[in-house]
Design a protein around this ligand. Sequence first.
Ligand code: SF4
Length: 357
Amino acid sequence: MPVSVNDTYGDPFIIEQVGNTVTKLTSLDRHRAPIAIFTKAGYSEEVLAQLETVPAQVAANVVVFYSLTGLDEGGISFDERVRFIQALREIFTNTLVFTRPIIRNRNDDPAMLRRLAEVAAEHTGYLVLGGLHDAKKRKTIETPVEDQLITFCDELGVPTFHKTSCAASWLHGTECWVHDLGAPRDLDSLVSLGYRFGIRDDMVVLDRGTTGDINFIRMLTRSEVYLREVISNYNLLTLPSGERKLEATSSWFAWSENIDTCLDCNYCIIKQIEYLKKMRVRIGVHPSRLPEIVASTGPSQDFSAFRLTKLPKDHAGRNVYADVRTVKPCRARLYPRPLRVERTTGQGATDASSSHR
Ligand code: SF4
């Protein structure tokens, strides 16, 4: 199960949170699927020293998506961020430029897009196109802006991806768990978690659920998911989990501490999510503990207690992922798979790197 670490309010690589991030990463030493880190943190020797303690086999599994926008969030300059990206790549080979968000009239001019592509060309080798926001911070599709960024990257020989899942699966030489779907598999995992479902036309069918359920079941079964009734467009799961909330974004199962300190970006959407905001809450759990948490806790989240469902008013007839989120093509199919090279580090541990850079 692809898992993200500390991807709610807070930043996994700021000094206030890096200790918890290292603890979580270290505990994932037997985790085989990709692990995602999303960060916008500034350069810090203290943070780097802590990150160097992450075991090599875990670091090889981590994909760091560094959000580079040119907006100097938290007062951190562009050059400082590039310096941090360079240093992070010494620890996490798979560190990528992630251009999220691009906001109309703020950082969508060709000069800035070119600069972002050039950083990817010089320092990371790959780029993930993040969500594009309009001036009111709504996610929207600005095809010319996206095309411009892809063109710059093509000119510089930088593979680009629409979704983090596409990039991570490509780097790990596996199928994309968002796009490469087929007949449902590993259905035992759904049974063990207590999901009640049927199968129809190679889809897992549930009577009711959330967008989070669609995301989660798709990543477990690698198949399309059909909900007869979508009760919420939040990423929360309907599985019982007590006080702890379980979340799955379209690409990652979330394991996170939501804290009250971060860069305070003025476009931050987490501050608008009613169960997160700046509250100290725990999201998710070590993946190996998921069955235990689900079996030992009470009823599922009461979705009627939320003020919002994030569903459009006319949501009848919305049943699958494409009805509730914007679908992007998988660009991983455009590029030959990277060859993963095993190399031995000075400590005798094994490290994996890609031959593509
Ligand atoms: S303030 Fe919000 S958008 Fe900015 S880094 Fe923190 S969580 Fe991310």
